[in-house]
Write a protein that binds this ligand. Sequence first.
Ligand code: SF4
Length: 286
Amino acid sequence: MAKSIFLCAISNIASGSCHEDCGFCTQSVRWRADIERYKAKPIETIVAEARAARSAGAVGFCLVTAGKGVNERTLAFVCEAARAVQAEELGLKLIACNGTASREQLREMKAAGINAYNHNLETSESFYPKICTTHGWRERYETCENVNSEGLDLLCGGIFGLGESGADREDFLQAVKSLQPKTVPLNFFITNPALPLQQPVMASDEALFWVRRAREVLGDKPRIMLAGGKEQAFGDRLMEGLEAGANSLVVGNYLTTTGMDSRALHDRLKNAGYAVADTSECKGEK
Ligand code: SF4
């Protein structure tokens, strides 16, 4: 039987106005990157994007807001968007990605129809202060623990290629493993001229090595999702990333950059002998 690949789409529902100083992120207002910024995407647009995501084969749909964490306004907006998407009965697993979150906030999201929460550790604890000084790695870890405590599925991964060492990557993978996430999104850093962090795009051999290593460290259970930067880092070797151990891909656009056309992605998967997972394959999940 062909290996199933789980596709996940992202909706940037509040974009580009964060006051944190993450050196890899164009959504920090500090770097004045040339990106689209808006406070709240209209609910009908979010619902239309959810429908389009399902048509593009996505089984997961992620509601992302820029900012360090959830405040009252974000919470109300995410819950409103979740209820509106769930009312469509598309069968999508709804993921929220809104930064630091308390157990109470996560409980409220769950009640509104959110199935999973994405909070990335980004990198190792010791390298983190080199990429962000306005909040700490521990805080990130604690939000992931809150997600587990509230019984939401956890998505937790990070970014390779920020200037971290191999030892940092090993530490990062061990930390991710300790949280037992359902899905591990792996991003590959692509810089922007406005960012303080400038690093070359990771070579495909190196990217493949770290996907293989992630699978070794994390074991068979979690989904490994190739996310931001996969087009640039893997180029025409993306299918090798699936052979190396990934079994999930972001379909469509990212937060502030354009992704691969979904039809082209389906063609590549089919030609390589992969099946696209259906929503029925997520049954039994939260
Ligand atoms: S907290 Fe999130 S949105 Fe804000 S700068 Fe950091 S990565 Fe970007």
